[in-house]
Design a protein around this ligand. Structure first.
Ligand code: FES
Length: 182
């Protein structure tokens, strides 16, 4: 007996039987489903999202629960390699299609992570010169070596908050200690 498997959001309908897993049947009908383990329920790559008809699915086998946990009622995710249908179901496999499309684009545009930015010698020399000039520039007069100026602070300068205070010398009160020991 065959059932209708609707693909969301395209609305494409595929005839599937209840004997084989959705993974096998989707692959047979030319749909791309990611997989590293080939349908042995060990990689967890073949996840599909159930949009409707969740009562028309076989119960989760132990291997699937081990990978996805017991949270189907929240995530609506199933491993396609462990899912068989007993009625009409709507599923979302757009994640698999999207990844394959972006993968193709990446391959076409060449590897991004290995791209090396090559700068011309003149550019490098120019930026080095600019950096040297910047470091040789004298900072603003009010702050240039302000610690050497000491108390010659401009009276019209705005009052600085905090700082500009010398720590008080530490005082040993020996006489008090002697009194305590007696
Ligand atoms: S294909 Fe690997 S878990 Fe389903």
């Amino acid at each position: 007996m065959t059932h209708k498997l609707t693909l969301w959001p395209s609305g494409e309908v595929i005839e599937v039987d209840g004997e084989r897993s959705l993974f096998e049947q989707l692959k047979k009908s030319g749909k791309k489903i990611k997989s590293s383990c080939g349908g042995c329920a060990t990689c967890g790559d073949c996840v599909i999202i159930i949009k409707s008809g969740e009562l028309n699915l076989n119960p989760q086998p132990f291997e699937e629960t081990r990978l996805l946990g017991n949270v189907f009622h929240i995530t609506k995710e199933r491993l396609s390699c462990q899912t068989k249908v007993t009625g009409d179901v709507t599923i979302d496999i757009s994640a698999h299609e999207k990844n394959s499309a972006s993968l193709k684009k990446d391959v076409a545009s060449g590897p991004k992570s290995t791209q090396v930015l090559v700068r011309k010698r003149e550019e490098i020399e120019k930026s080095v010169r600019l950096n040297e000039e910047k470091t040789q520039e004298k900072p603003a007069d009010t702050w240039y070596k302000h610690w050497e100026k000491g108390d010659q602070v401009d009276p019209n300068a705005p009052k600085r908050l905090g700082g500009n205070k010398r720590p008080k010398p530490f005082r040993f009160d020996d006489s008090k200690d002697e009194d305590d020991s007696k």
